[in-house]
Design a binder for this molecule. Structure first.
Ligand code: GLA
Length: 701
């Protein structure tokens, strides 16, 4: 093999080496791991003996089409309509740049050029992969499957898959599965990543408890799949890509389809290290907006529902401001016709009956309390009786001759249409320029059901899912450029649309509508494996609230919400002076440490299945914040002899000294690493926020 047949891409701490296969015209993975992992014979190599399958079926291929890889799963299924669905290509060249690689394969018979693309993300341990497909012939091509890429992980006794799954109000449940044989697949056909699965997967060798972890995240806000297959030869191969709504996409002569990016991450430090790789990557995605402080918000949804009026909102706003809240957000219910969820969507004008002195007067009254002002909107939605739908019946998805089903009593606009995008842009521009709005919560509360576009173009020629996603991203991009001061929160009935394309264009996301303390803890635990604290919006709500009735203290609810971007969603009108004072104390403490929480290195300590768990944040300023939570078990306290619960921080300097800013206790780093922090939990003391500052003086030698 010539040296030109092997290419290594280097991230901060890892390298990814691809080679041309000795067995045929395809690229395959040679090594992926810490720097130097590529120095030796490939661990992905195989015996080169095959029975009943072809070498392409057994190879750790980076990307292979049906035709060439006939039996064990192809990444691309393409052909001329009505003809054979197989591609047979030749390698036609490599292009290497700083941190980038492009490998091209061509099939002259059907006229298809396929380029596998690689790019290192600077300052991270993430590599992007995507594929470009160009129709080079004179006949159009039908693409039934066009994954972004495939990755191979060598395992010795099966793979441990970790994924995030659930449903509405139970998103991001951290779930594990041992894959020794067969296929595991997850995805969404809901036009968004969906509540059922996050487009995120971690893969480890089952042989060890917490083996080095490989991570994948598909960067696509529409339909998708991630599929892991345990191959007979002792590897797990994962394919990921978007899934076209119509079952296939047509590629016209001369046209190129670029797949979504597949972000590939690696950490030698197992799942915990992998979460920090993703956190760092998401800080990179946030760019310079990372340093814009995420303000403590109050959102009135749980307090007032659709019952929004100026007087009621101002009462809440005054209480919020008194506690130190910095931003007041009016949720659903502020616009004309919105008495409940059956009407109003699409007609985005403040309801004059709700704001008798004018909406602007109300906004100014909120601002006069010293807070920013924010508004909820669901730009893709339309209610059946709205003026918008009456004027533009064709703007909602529908199939001629079929009734359109309502979900949450509403329809979905076809945001892939340019006229719909222009309407949404004009609506947002109007609201954001006519009123002094600093914050927008963009919601989306139904999936497409009758997904068709009335008109001259037959459905099979449309790529509606991609068109919608591009419309969505176009509007988000516009918000960033035209209204850079506006902070954007992404939401889709909770965490239904959390993916990297959204995270790159919003400031925070709403992981779930479920804010009940213990449920929320489990949701956040899963969320923080994949996503960074600075994007995780979280509210303190009433207890018992509308979900999980298990009681936890106000402190517990604050400490949980402080693990990300703190907000309050409780009905403050019912709060006692004592609760308000306690809340003000927590808000002040949060403001003091939020930079550490949002910009520091985060580590999950234990899990919500443990009696004590927490999150540790190490800031650049030498402070370590530990959010510690007792999930309920007290083991007989206080009547039986016992010792305090302990939570062991990780990654501290064993030779440094640390001082607890509240109690004044000082600890050696080695002591903390060895014994952990003590917590004397009781029925009404179930959470603490410990702030440790690193002493300038080191432990005496
Ligand atoms: C969705 C959101 C909630 C709230 C309601 C308003 O369910 O996830 O936070 O905004 O819509 O209708």
């Amino acid at each position: 093999m010539t040296p030109y047949d092997r290419w290594t891409l280097r991230t901060e701490n890892t390298s990814y080496t691809v080679r041309l296969s000795p067995d045929g015209p395809w690229a395959e993975l040679d090594a992926w791991g810490p720097h130097g992992a590529e120095d030796g014979p490939s661990a992905l190599d195989w015996s080169h003996r095959t029975h009943f399958i072809t070498p392409a079926d057994a190879a750790p291929a980076e990307y292979l089409p049906h035709g060439q890889r006939p039996f064990t799963g192809a990444d691309l299924i393409a052909g001329r309509p009505g003809r054979e669905r197989g591609v047979r290509w030749e390698f036609t060249g490599a292009q290497e740049g700083p941190g980038t690689l492009r490998l091209t394969f061509t099939d002259d018979l059907i006229g298809l050029r396929t380029t596998l693309c690689y790019a290192v993300v600077p300052g991270t341990d993430v590599l992007h992969r995507w594929t470009e497909l160009t129709c080079t012939g004179t006949e159009e091509l039908r693409l039934e499957r066009f994954d972004s890429g495939a990755v191979n992980v060598p395992v010795t006794s099966g793979a441990r898959l970790t994924y995030l799954t659930g449903q509405w109000s139970q998103e991001f449940q951290h779930t594990r599965l041992a894959l020794t044989r067969g296929t595991f697949t997850m995805g969404s056909t809901q036009g968004t990543p969906g509540h059922a699965y996050a487009p995120w997967l971690a893969v480890q060798d089952l042989a060890a408890d917490d083996a080095p972890a490989y991570g994948l995240a598909l960067e696509w806000a529409g339909n998708w799949h991630i599929t892991a297959e345990a191959e007979p030869g002792g590897a797990v191969r994962i394919r990921a890509g978007r899934v076209p709504h119509e079952g296939a996409v047509l590629l016209a002569p001369g046209a190129t389809l670029t797949t979504p990016r597949l972000a590939c991450a690696f950490s030698a430090d197992g799942l915990d290290g992998l979460s920090r790789v993703w956190h760092r990557y998401e800080r990179h995605l946030t760019g310079e907006r990372l340093h814009r402080p995420r303000k403590v918000l109050y959102n009135s949804w749980e307090a007032t529902g659709f019952d929004v009026d100026a007087a009621g909102q101002l009462e809440l706003a005054k209480s919020a401001a008194d506690m130190g809240v910095e931003l007041f957000v009016v949720d659903d219910g502020w616009f004309t016709g919105r008495a409940d969820d059956t009407a109003g969507l699409g007609d985005w004008y403040p309801d004059p009956a709700a704001f008798p002195d004018g909406f602007d007067r109300f906004v100014e009254d909120v601002r006069a309390l010293g807070m920013d002002f924010g508004l909820w909107i669901e730009p893709e939605a339309v209610s059946p009786g709205s003026r918008l739908l009456a004027e533009h019946p064709d703007w909602a998805y529908r199939i001629d001759g079929r009734p359109s089903r309502l979900v949450r009593n509403q329809l979905l606009l076809d945001l892939g249409r340019e006229d719909v995008q222009d309407f949404v842009l004009a609506t947002l521009d109007r609201l954001l320029t006519e009123h002094r709005i600093d914050y927008l919560k963009w919601d989306m509360n139904r999936p497409p059901t009758e997904r068709g576009r009335p008109g001259p173009v037959p459905a099979e020629r449309l790529d509606l899912d991609a068109a919608h996603v591009h419309g969505y991203l176009r509007v988000l991009d516009h918000l960033r450029t035209a209204h850079p001061h506006v902070t954007v929160e992404g939401c889709a009935g909770g965490g239904g649309r959390v993916d990297h394309t959204t995270l790159a264009r919003t400031d925070v996301v709403w992981p779930s509508d479920n804010t009940a303390p213990l449920d929320r803890l489990a949701i956040q635990y899963g969320f923080l494996h994949a996503h960074a604290p600075h994007v995780m919006s979280s509210w303190v709500t009433d207890a018992p609230g509308i979900f999980d009735p298990r009681p936890r203290s106000l402190a517990f609810r604050f400490v949980t919400a402080m693990c990300g971007v703190l907000g309050i969603g409780a009905d403050l009108r019912t709060w006692s002076p004592r609760q308000r004072t306690e809340a003000a104390g927590w808000i002040a403490r949060y403001k003091d440490v939020r930079d550490v929480i949002h910009h520091g290195e985060a580590r999950l300590l234990g899990s919500p299945d443990d009696a004590t768990c927490g999150v540790q944040y190490d800031g650049a300023d030498g402070r370590t914040v530990v959010a510690a939570l007792n999930t309920g078990r007290l083991d007989g306290a206080p009547l039986v002899p016992g010792r305090p619960a302990r939570l062991r921080p990780r990654g501290l300097d064993p030779d440094a000294r640390y001082r607890d800013e509240v109690s004044g206790t000082t600890y050696g780093g080695a002591h903390l690493l060895h014994y952990g922090l003590p917590f004397a939990w009781s029925a009404d003391h179930d959470a603490e926020l410990v702030v440790l500052s690193r002493h300038p003086a080191r432990r005496p030698a």
